[in-house]
Design a protein around this ligand. Sequence first.
Ligand SMILES: C[C@H](CCC(=O)NCCS(=O)(=O)O)[C@H]1CC[C@H]2[C@@H]3CC[C@@H]4C[C@H](O)CC[C@]4(C)[C@H]3C[C@H](O)[C@]12C
Length: 323
Amino acid sequence: MCTAANYTAKDHYFGRNLDLEYSYREAVTVTPRNFPFEFRRVPSLKTHHAMIGMATVADGYPLYYDATNEKGLSMAGLNFPDNANYKPVSEDGTNVASFEFIPWVLGQFETVAQVRDALSDVRIVDLAFSEEFPPSPLHWIISDRDESITVESVDEGLKVHDNPIQVLTNNPTFDIQLFNINNYMSLSVDPPEPRFSKEIPFDTYSRGLGAVGLPGDLSSMSRFVKAAFTKVNSVSGESESEAISQFFHILGSVEQQRGCVRLDDKYEITIYSSCCNTHKGIYYYRTYENSQITGVDMHKEDLDGSELASYPLVKSQQVLMQN
Ligand SMILES: C[C@H](CCC(=O)NCCS(=O)(=O)O)[C@H]1CC[C@H]2[C@@H]3CC[C@@H]4C[C@H](O)CC[C@]4(C)[C@H]3C[C@H](O)[C@]12C
């Protein structure tokens, strides 16, 4: 399970939690403009927009989980088991393999509007990167500063949903996630007005009563509602420090603590949380054990080069002793 979100203060921020019980050796990876992107069934991109994000690099190829390009367009893949349906390669249309989708989009486009147009003849095809990396069942959120869409390749074909909440989690399909939000329309950050009955002497004995009913469990529908409530009501100062702190608190509202979701002999945890300043191209992250925010600035790399730059995650806790 995972959660992705957007937040806008002075700059725009995009990031996600990766919730899993194991790690794929992910690293913060910058792909410069002249790294040759070869694709299986669509023309390669010899030059393209540079991008930064979290990836497993396999045979020199960045398998991105989430990334942002130098124009500020961002994209993340989140688990979508049983619903994702990738298609066989066809003679017509634009056949993009699921593992190519992030580089193919971020390599060429600057805005969600451009992506929406381009997707009209795209089919996500069921080609594997390798035996070690078969296709994962994913759906995607694609965002710029102004809007987000959710892209789902399902039995009926490719669905592109507007995502006004700018949050994505996992199952069920996005139309159901959006509909489910209706159940929570009366939640509020303000103290409630008693409307239950005039007969009962209600007492606002605690702060926060306006949002009683907001789910707190870690299921995917509940995380969608919780992250949406936190995100749409979020307030912060405009400085980088205030904005990224707020962003990590939005993701923190749905993070997974070890022990709460059991998978056979393991537990699902939030392996990392990321927050990219999409304007500055700085990718910040925290890991389950490292609460310190670590950053990688894409503009410190040679973006006209052709070699990937990869930064393995700093995973151990950074404690600042004060005496
Ligand atoms: C598993 C993760 C989602 C986390 C999640 O939701 N976990 C709940 C599991 S559960 O549903 O609760 O059981 C997803 C998110 C992004 C994915 C990578 C995308 C690039 C690449 C694509 C290739 O084709 C296959 C390998 C590849 C490295 C992918 C591996 C894996 O699939 C990643 C990490």
